[in-house]
Write a protein that binds this ligand. Structure first.
Ligand code: SF4
Length: 55
């Protein structure tokens, strides 16, 4: 799988169309964008949230 952080994991479940779906685990995602870069259909877009500045 393209995600080094296990943010995207191939499910064991099969959907109604007969495909194994990909599950997203946001807590693992670092926003590295690797998944979007290697997706052959460009189906993934990664949005990063701006972090608040430390005071
Ligand atoms: S952005 Fe990086 S860490 Fe997040 S799901 Fe994609 S490959 Fe995994």
């Amino acid at each position: 799988m393209a995600c080094p952080q296990k943010g995207l994991v191939l499910s064991d479940k099969i959907n109604l169309k007969g495909y194994r779906v990909v599950e997203l685990y946001m807590d693992n995602c670092t926003g590295c964008v690797n998944c979007a870069l290697v997706c052959p259909d460009s189906a993934i877009t990664v949005y990063r949230e701006k972090k608040a500045k430390a005071v």
